[in-house]
Design a protein around this ligand. Structure first.
Ligand code: ADP
Ligand code: MG
Length: 398
């Protein structure tokens, strides 16, 4: 190993005995200043940095490390990394004495559940500060660097999932489209068969055949409906962005659905913020979002129930909230709500919420659902305000 270069500070420290009182004081002040500077730098960075000694005892930690792993800085010197992150101890197959015998760097991704559900990238590397080759390797200190990669993991997962969904959709849209021709042909031949049948004399057999043809006709119509809905739901949708006043879009949607809601015996309680910030959106698609959610609220709510619609905003987003006091959603069903064809209704097609999700994603928005079985459901739509969206789109195209 090459001899270590000595820093100017090392030089001074080497001549400590020669220093008089005054120079010693200057040296201590300088050391304190350097320490403060380093501490400030270490506590400013986002990554967690720690030094662990024997048995994984945390000898140093910056604030990010303490936050990520859920301990307090005053516990430094006592807290043990392996207890703080048992998931890490398991993946490293540590011996009972908690000593790390690795001489090279270790890099792991670990999912932790305390103090929050997070995915951390943990890099551990041996330190050669004082003793380049300690007699007992278990004595060696290690530097630990933690990065929070939860968001990257989540967006990678979402990307894979939406690619998967998209390829299934593309495939099924192709099949659905192909089904159109044979269905047309069946419809035409059913009509021909009916015409031929009408010419025959009435008897029991004719009646039976008529009934069978009528069942076939109904089923063909049903199939046709399923395919139409499906193709409607999965057709590519690049939004045609324009300045949108969500309040006016909501009012239009309510005007359109108003009669249906009154007929269902529901009251609609609407309070809209006339100064809601402008968003960028496709008017037709956003209306579709409101229809689908309001219709679900109607389906879930018994006569005399009510639907509550509110809008609000903060400095980045505009929010639309559509709530009902209907039957609510079963906790187990929550993760399935956006899946194509998930429905709990006899005549549902299970495509409404999938379409809502696709449209909201294309608008850079989010959907939140709060529901309590038997009490009701509140769907919150979050739209980025126009100013923010323009900035984001600009950044993406740079
Ligand atoms: P569909 O309305 O055809 O069933 P959706 O995709 O619109 O399909 O909704 C999927 C399912 O989500 C519904 O069948 C229902 O179980 C549940 N759901 C959605 N909105 C609500 C709501 N407001 N209240 C209760 N359940 C709801
Ligand atoms: Mg629906």
């Amino acid at each position: 190993m090459p001899p270590r270069k000595s820093s100017p500070l090392d030089n001074v420290l080497g001549r400590l005995d020669d220093l008089d009182q005054q120079n010693l004081a200057i040296l201590v002040q300088r050391l304190a200043r350097e320490r403060r500077l380093l501490e400030t730098v270490f506590n400013t960075i986002r990554e967690g940095i720690m030094v662990i000694g024997r048995r994984g005892i945390i000898d140093y930690a910056n604030s990010a490390a303490a936050n990520l792993l859920g301990f307090q800085l005053k516990e430094v010197g006592r807290a043990v990394l392996w207890k703080q992150v048992p998931e890490l101890a398991r993946t490293l197959h540590l011996a009972d004495d908690g000593a790390l015998h690795e001489l090279s760097g270790i890099s792991r991704e670990v999912e932790i559940s305390y103090p929050a559900e997070r995915v951390l990238h943990i890099y551990i590397v041996p330190l050669n500060i004082e003793d380049p080759s300690p007699r007992d390797e278990s004595e060696r200190s290690h530097a630990v660097i933690l990065s929070d990669i939860t968001e990257e993991k989540e967006s990678a997962r979402q990307m894979i999932e939406s690619e998967k969904v998209q390829s299934i959709i593309d495939l099924s849209a192709g099949v659905a489209h192909e089904l159109g021709n044979p269905l047309n042909s069946i419809t035409i031949h059913l009509q021909l068969a009916r015409k031929q049948l009408a010419r025959l004399e009435n008897d029991a057999r004719k009646e039976k055949i008529e009934r069978a043809l009528s069942v076939c006709g109904d089923e063909v119509a049903r199939l046709d409906g399923i395919i139409k809905h499906f193709l409607e739901a999965v057709r590519p949708m690049d939004p045609d962005f324009a300045d949108l006043d969500l309040v006016s879009v909501l009012e239009e949607s309510l005007e359109f659905l108003g009669q249906e809601l009154t007929d269902a015996g529901l009251s609609v309680d609407v309070e809209l913020d006339s100064a809601l910030p402008t968003v960028l959106g496709d008017r037709g698609q956003i209306k579709q979002v409101f229809y689908n959610i309001i219709k679900n609220a109607r389906d879930a709510t018994p006569t005399c129930g009510s639907i509550r619609i509110r809008t609000r905003s903060d400095d980045q987003f505009a929010y639309v909230q559509i709530g009902d006091n209907g039957q609510g959603i079963d906790q187990n069903d929550m993760p399935k709500i956006f899946r194509p064809y998930f429905t709990t209704k006899k005549s549902g097609n299970g495509l409404g919420m999938m379409v809502v999700q696709r449209i909201m994603r294309a608008h850079g928005g989010r959907i939140g659902i709060d529901s309590q079985k038997g009490k009701g459901t509140v769907v919150t739509l979050q739209f980025p305000q126009k100013e923010r969206r323009v900035r984001l789109l600009g950044a993406a195209s740079e």
